[in-house]
Design a protein around this ligand. Sequence first.
Ligand code: FES
Ligand SMILES: [Fe+2]
Length: 326
Amino acid sequence: MIENNLWHPVAQAHEVADAPLGVQLLGQSLVLWRGPQGQVSAFVDRCPHRGARLSMGRVENGHLECPYHGWQFAGSGQCTRVPALPEFTPPPSQCVKAFEAQEAYGLVWVRLEQGVQALPVPAFAAEADAHLRKLNCGPYDVAASAPRIIENFLDMSHFGFVHEGWLGSRDATAIGSYAVQATPTGVLATGCKAVQPLSNLHSTRAAEVEYTYEVTAPYAAVLTKIPEAGSTRAGWHESIALFICPVTPETSRVWFRLAVADFDSPDEQLQQFQHTIFCQDQPVLESQQPKCLPLDPRAEMHSAADRLSSAYRRYLKASGITFGVC
Ligand code: FES
Ligand SMILES: [Fe+2]
């Protein structure tokens, strides 16, 4: 499964503290924990001795200790101690399966198998811009597949209905032409325009907003929106990255990473705006049937306004993605 070779976000970095944390990725249960130098390790959440859940254990002397018979494991997965046999040195074969893990964007990322793809870095976006303030919003546990959630993020024609009075209105629903192109890591759409009553936290009036969207990995995307001058704070700039953990084919854990030219509003206020918008999306997302995103173009109907989502579906198909699609 090609998804196993990709990096996926599994938890907020600060959640992995003194105690082990159980998470789920691509249908697998994992345990995350921090070693003595603060490095994060990710193991199968199942002790190789008698199958107990390692995330119910604890971190002892820089090792992960199983809750059942106290076997201890180093960050590499090697068993280092069997308390019932204090003199015994476990051989290299006595180990738990460990995965690659790293921290980025305030999240812990894991991949289940070796791969060539780097983290889904938003190429054009503000993450590269050290001047913008970054903060995360989430997690949201959503009963929808990761590809359905990405597609919703790329979709402008729902603004007037799902986000009426915020990102759209029923009397301005037309979607103009925009450009879509394939990139080495996904899809890029430019020149997307929407009239929005309340485009951002500081909007003072309805305005036309120009969007750029980029899919940077099968379950990651980023947008940048630039509102008409004079409709919000001078110098306002924002990018929103969407990072999704594909938990099961039909459930996901979602984070937004905001990058904004706003250095004084409290975190909560910036997060609240994004929270309000996503809470409008979530019930519709969870209502969609089938829950997995159909990649056969004949399975659902499309309009010309949907060409970004059609390009996203073609990209998933060409990438060989099977998790969360049908
Ligand atoms: S089940 Fe883990 S030590 Fe026995
Ligand atoms: Fe939406």
